[in-house]
Structure formats: structure tokens, C-alpha cells
Design a protein around this ligand. Structure first.
Ligand SMILES: Cc1cc2nc3c(=O)[nH]c(=O)nc-3n(C[C@H](O)[C@H](O)[C@H](O)COP(=O)(O)OP(=O)(O)OC[C@H]3O[C@@H](n4cnc5c(N)ncnc54)[C@H](O)[C@@H]3O)c2cc1C
Length: 168
């Protein structure tokens, strides 16, 4: 077809932000990954301008059910409950936040201990903060590591339609 390019991939990630760690994880697991973003890769979206506070720890008497309830209440009961449940379970298993530290992101500590904050809506302190190593620096680590992998990036491309096809 003239005027069209055809890309084949295992995983198509539309939008960066949360899409970047998803693309990283998929690529590291061996999948072919294509990222499409309507903006400039690494510069669009709200993730890069966030404050760098990550709800990353569940420490007793806190647990994932309390965290889940906080999240659903905070989301005005509109959340996708299945995704929210995966999120809190992954945090309780220690997957998300230590994963960022392993990637080289530093979070605020005092005498070696993580400083935990309790922002509005949370029943317990469970948020780590990258105030020195702020959100933009977290973002740059993830972007750099994505670019080092075999991830195809198509930026300044807006997705308007998804055409499902039957795969034989
Ligand atoms: C000032 C501020 C501070 C914040 N601080 C924190 C904080 O400290 N901690 C915290 O947890 N949260 C914080 N948040 C909230 C957090 O930043 C967002 O919830 C999160 O970044 C949303 O991620 P996302 O991937 O859904 O969206 P985004 O990061 O906005 O990414 C969406 C991407 O999709 C692309 N896109 C959209 N439509 C299309 C299309 N049709 N085709 C192609 N590409 C498309 C966009 O270009 C964009 O790059 C903050 C938010 C703001 C605004």
C-alpha cells in the first residue's frame, strides 16, 4: 500500500507515561515492542512533570486490601477494579518500587531508612519520595533504558483507530 508503513510487533504500547515501564518490562521479557506517542517521545504526557511521589510500600498493619479500598474511594468508585487489584498486589509483593531502585533511581532516606509519607486519601504512610532525585530524573532513567533496548519508537503519531483482526 503506497503511503503506509507496516510494522509487526508482539506488543503495541500507545502513549508513554505508564507505557514506558510497560514497554521496558515487555522488551526485557523478550517481546518485540513498538511505542506510539502523539507527542515527542520523552517529552509528552503528565508523568514526567509529576512530583516524584510513589505509593510503593505496604507495611503492616497496612495491607493490600486497605490500600485497595483507599484507591477505589479516592478514584470516586470509577477505577478499573481488576487493574487496581493487580497494582496493590504487586506493591505488596515488593515489585514496583524496588524495581525502580534496581534501575538506579534513588529515593529519600534518613539514616538509610526510607522516608514514608501519608498523602491525603491514604490510610497509612506508604509513599516514597524522590525529592532530590525528582520525577524528571526517574523519567530520564526509564527513557534512557528504553532507548538502550530494541524498542521501536514512533513519536508524533496519533492513534485514531484500532482495527481488530482475526489472527489464524
Ligand atoms: C503536577 C502533577 C504532579 C503529579 N504528581 C504525582 C506524584 O507525585 N505521584 C503520582 O503518583 N502521581 C502524580 N501525578 C499524577 C500522575 O502524573 C498521572 O496520574 C500519571 O502520570 C498518568 O500517567 P499516564 O501514563 O496515564 O498518562 P501520561 O503520562 O499523560 O501519558 C499519556 C501519553 O499518551 C499519549 N497519547 C494520548 N493519546 C494518544 C493517542 N491517541 N495516540 C498516541 N499517543 C497518545 C500522550 O502524548 C502521552 O504521552 C501528578 C500529576 C500532575 C499533573
Amino acid at each position: 500500500m503506497s503511503g503506509y508503513s507496516v510494522f509487526e510487533t508482539d506488543i503495541l504500547v500507545i502513549g508513554t507515561g505508564g507505557g514506558v515501564p510497560a514497554a521496558l518490562a515487555a522488551s526485557e521479557a523478550g517481546a518485540d515492542v513498538v511505542i506510539v506517542d502523539k507527542g515527542v517521545f520523552g517529552k509528552s504526557g503528565s508523568t514526567r512533570s509529576s512530583f516524584g511521589m510513589v505509593a510503593g510500600c505496604v507495611i503492616p498493619p497496612d495491607n493490600q486490601d486497605i490500600f485497595f479500598e483507599d484507591m477505589i474511594r479516592g478514584g470516586g468508585y470509577l477505577n478499573n477494579r481488576k487493574l487496581a487489584r493487580i497494582f496493590v498486589n504487586e506493591i505488596a509483593r515488593g515489585v514496583i518500587f524496588p524495581g525502580l531502585e534496581e534501575r538506579g533511581v534513588g529515593f529519600d532516606r534518613e539514616d538509610g531508612n526510607l522516608i514514608l509519607k501519608k498523602p491525603a486519601g491514604h490510610s497509612y504512610p506508604r509513599c516514597v519520595m524522590a525529592s532530590v532525585y525528582n520525577a524528571l530524573k526517574i523519567w530520564r532513567v526509564l527513557i534512557r533504558q528504553t532507548l538502550q533496548l530494541n524498542v521501536e519508537v514512533l513519536d508524533e503519531v496519533m492513534v485514531t483507530t484500532l482495527l481488530p483482526i482475526q489472527v489464524e
